[in-house]
Design a protein around this ligand. Sequence first.
Ligand code: NIG
Ligand code: FE
Length: 421
Amino acid sequence: MFDSLWVNVHAATMAEAGSPGIIKNAAIGIQDKKIAWIGPQKEMPQKPEPLSEHVHDGGGRWATPGLIDCHTHLIYEGDRVHEFEQRLQGLTYEEIAKAGGGIMSTVKSTRTASGQQLYDSALVRIQALLREGVTTIEIKSGYGLDVATEEKILRVATDIHDTSGLRIQRSFLGAHAVPPEYAGRPDDYINFVCQDMLPALHQKHLVDCVDGFCENIGFTRTHIEKVFKRAKELGLPVKLHAEQLSNQRGAALVAQYGGLSADHVEYLDEAGVKAMAKAGTVAVLLPGAFYFLREKQLPPVDLFRQYKVPMAIATDHNPGTSPTLSLLLMLNMACTLFRLTPEEALAGVTRHAARALGYQDICGTLERGKAADFALWDITHPRDLCYYFGRNPCMGVVRAGCLCDFESSPPLFFEQRQAVF
Ligand code: NIG
Ligand code: FE
């Protein structure tokens, strides 16, 4: 007996490398929030009705694993539309940051916002992602840069996890920028991050992972290495914003610390790719930031293929460099801008994105034993998700076996709710 059973769907399991793993006319049986059976419906042991009290007819829709947005900065106050205009006038992202704008302008507004304000605005963003089939989201802090505000952001991320029903990973990004009270003293700030901020937040169970920004306008390798050492002492996995605007050999550093992912990586060289391959570090590609900053340097996709470094795709949602809330648009951009194949792009928001979060045993594919997280689509083949842009064919989202009610906020999931297609 299954808690619920989906029939009359076509599944793209994403379980094998290099293929969408298509099962036409599939059935998916769910037990204890996990996939208990998946395969062609005609191979099911019995007729559907006796197998479950809750049989859902998928109406011939396609089911993919629930999408995973493995890199976002979703919790912040205010926008940076003024900087968008400045960049259109010819200023660069670095110039704006050096003049006190950029990350610092979002830090200012986030420090004065209440937790409730941050929760409310983040929830609207979460709903937009969910509406496109996203069931797992990574959220970074990094717009506080003091203990109180970093805590406020990470508590909001925790509340979103508890109230939205979505799976959230919380990354501490204290090493994002030097806050005004430490101006000109990055070493002191990094010591503060390592000795005070990170241990305090970790002790409050608010941190799942540790991230940093290794860049000319961010922190040096030496700074980042200190943070990584501290993270390892605390037993926390690491990841890094690396090689976004220049080659700082940050990806090799994060690989050296067994990191989950190196993100952006446009300026990465072959030595860095090799180091990532050896460590099993995922390359997280962020076409939204590349596009929005009108960057020219492409990530080394051929080298990732050659050395078998898994590529993930994410929105990098943030107010400065990637104010998008469409992971589907990122699929299209990963193909058009970075020349990924549709299969690679789809793996980038499912199987490989799960791995970028260390969740490869939990979600990211439709397989027995994995979470019953899936999205239902009005498409004729999974590659359609990469082909269309500005069209959302998502018809339903199932998270932990329960169908989402898109109308309610925070979202609600119902085991018994009958799918209506
Ligand atoms: O992923 N590069 C650093 N962090 C963000 C941007 C943050 C911001 O500009 O607010 C990124 O692009
Ligand atoms: Fe980012």
